[in-house]
Write a protein that binds this ligand. Structure first.
Ligand SMILES: C[S@@+](CC[C@H](N)C(=O)[O-])C[C@H]1O[C@@H](n2cnc3c(N)ncnc32)[C@H](O)[C@@H]1O
Length: 280
């Protein structure tokens, strides 16, 4: 079945396959809206209406200092957020706000995702772990910055649905999403098999830094994690230091200078049932 996007745009299932596959040196025009939109239509087969909205949202993010590095701006411009929101919300893909994605959880707003992503200071080749795959948007943004993204989602049907979104997009030519490895599990315990990670991004709120995640972070690695009581977290950037004697210390900064940013709770898996949270 073909689904018409809001506003009479191109049906999402009949889009042209991508003619120019992603590479880390792909350079869409970044100085003028019209040139960007034309280039993306011709090279990536995307819808010009959404492309215009994506451009405009990025300008607002830059103005609010949510994104500052060119490489992160480019990654945002290459990420089709409209593919990760619910169909009913497609016309709101580039709104400032978070949106419902079912199962009682949300896709975070672009400004928050932008600020957390830029704060991670990802270098190409970094191994990045995300806790809370959700819609898949955050990891798809990361996949334009490094080829090693790992993402864990606790809600099984959501993890499966989002895996399906990635696979469908890969089938359409978004080869960069092959950079994302996913699993359904409780992310509190990290992903030992692929540890250590250069960067970790936690997209659900908790009242402490999960010790297994800190352990799986490289020395000098960076973790972005919303810490605080339910519904009132502060988004901390944590840098892990390791002394000559092997002891670990962390340096923290608040990427919103003390502003409260509410997040979906960091839930706990008990057997195969989600039960309560990891708060102490
Ligand atoms: C704000 S939402 C999703 C944001 C997501 N990064 C995106 O781009 O859409 C946070 C996600 O964390 C998930 N989550 C909560 N507790 C978790 C846990 N213990 N392990 C893994 N994921 C968890 C939720 O189910 C939810 O999907």
């Amino acid at each position: 079945m073909s689904v018409l996007a809001a506003g009479g745009m191109m049906p999402l299932t009949t889009r042209a396959a991508i003619s120019t596959p992603f590479t880390f040196d792909l350079e869409p025009p970044m100085t003028a809206r019209e040139a960007f939109v034309e280039w993306m239509v011709n090279n990536r087969g995307e819808d010009r209406h959404f492309l215009g909205q994506r451009w405009d949202r990025l300008q607002a993010m830059v103005e609010h200092k949510d994104v500052w590095d060119d490489v992160v701006k480019r990654a945002f411009l290459l990420t089709p957020r409209e593919e990760f929101v619910q169909k009913v919300n497609r016309s709101h893909s580039y709104d400032h706000n978070f949106l419902d994605i079912g199962y009682g959880v949300t896709i975070s707003g672009p400004h928050l995702v932008g600020r957390m992503t830029n704060s991670l200071e990802i270098k190409q080749g970094d191994k990045v772990l995300e806790i809370g795959t959700g819609s898949g948007f955050q990891s798809s943004f990361l996949a334009h910055l490094t080829d090693k993204c790992y993402s864990i989602e606790i809600i099984k049907p959501l993890a499966e649905r989002t895996r399906g979104v990635y696979d469908e997009l890969i089938g359409r030519g978004y080869s960069e999403f092959q950079n994302i490895t996913t699993k359904n599990a409780d992310g509190y315990y990290g992903w030992e098999e692929f540890a250590p990670f250069d960067k970790i991004i936690v997209t659900c709120g908790i009242d402490h830094v999960p010790p297994p995640l800190l352990k799986q972070l490289q020395p000098q690695g960076v973790m972005l994690v919303p810490i605080g009581p339910p519904g009132a977290q502060r988004v901390l950037k944590i840098i892990k230091g390791v002394e000559a004697d092997g002891s670990t210390h962390i340096a923290r900064t608040d990427i919103y200078n003390g502003r409260i940013v509410p997040f979906v709770p960091f839930k706990k898996l008990d057997g195969d049932k989600i039960s309560g949270t990891h708060n102490t």
